[in-house]
Design a protein around this ligand. Structure first.
Ligand SMILES: [Zn+2]
Length: 152
């Protein structure tokens, strides 16, 4: 896995290359760097969203995704990393939407597209779209009930 300084170096090189392709001055102006870096940020978020969708489809929950995103190690948000992960994934730059935030993924157990509304309530209400009798939804409900009983 690359280190943070290696990632920053790769990003700086990518910004420089894109500025060169666009015919910007060398070195690019701060305004050009802001514009290009923001476009890269949006593209990176979209890639994260696609990858998280695959992780959800593979059966991982929001606590595991929080760990993958490094959100479980933030000292100021120690209590709800799963909610942070969901918020990160649903808060990506896109058109404004009305209604509850949602994250779409395809359930490999029932084959339906599920609109996930985050880890804040029961799977029955936070995962809408499973087919009737979906085994994965039933397993998620059982797991949620066991976790809830464990906290009492
Ligand atoms: Zn399902």
């Amino acid at each position: 896995m690359p280190t943070d300084p290696e990632i920053r170096l790769a990003l700086a090189a990518t910004v420089q290359r894109l500025a060169n392709w666009a015919g910007a001055a060398v070195p690019p102006s701060p305004a050009t760097v802001v514009t290009i870096a923001r476009k890269l940020e949006i593209a990176a978020h979209a890639e994260v969203e696609r990858a998280v969708r695959r992780v959800r489809e593979d059966g991982q929950g929001w606590p595991a995704i929080a760990s993958l995103l490094g959100l479980d190690a933030l000292p100021c948000h120690g209590g709800h990393p799963a909610r942070l992960a969901f918020g990160y994934c649903t808060g990506l730059a896109r058109r404004p939407e009305t209604g509850r935030p949602r994250f779409l993924w395809d359930c490999c157990a029932c084959g339906q597209t599920v609109a996930g509304h985050g880890p804040t309530s029961t799977p029955a209400s936070s995962e809408q779209g499973h087919a009737d009798g979906c085994q994965r939804l039933a397993a998620n409900i059982t797991e949620w009930q066991h976790a809830r009983e464990g906290r009492r």
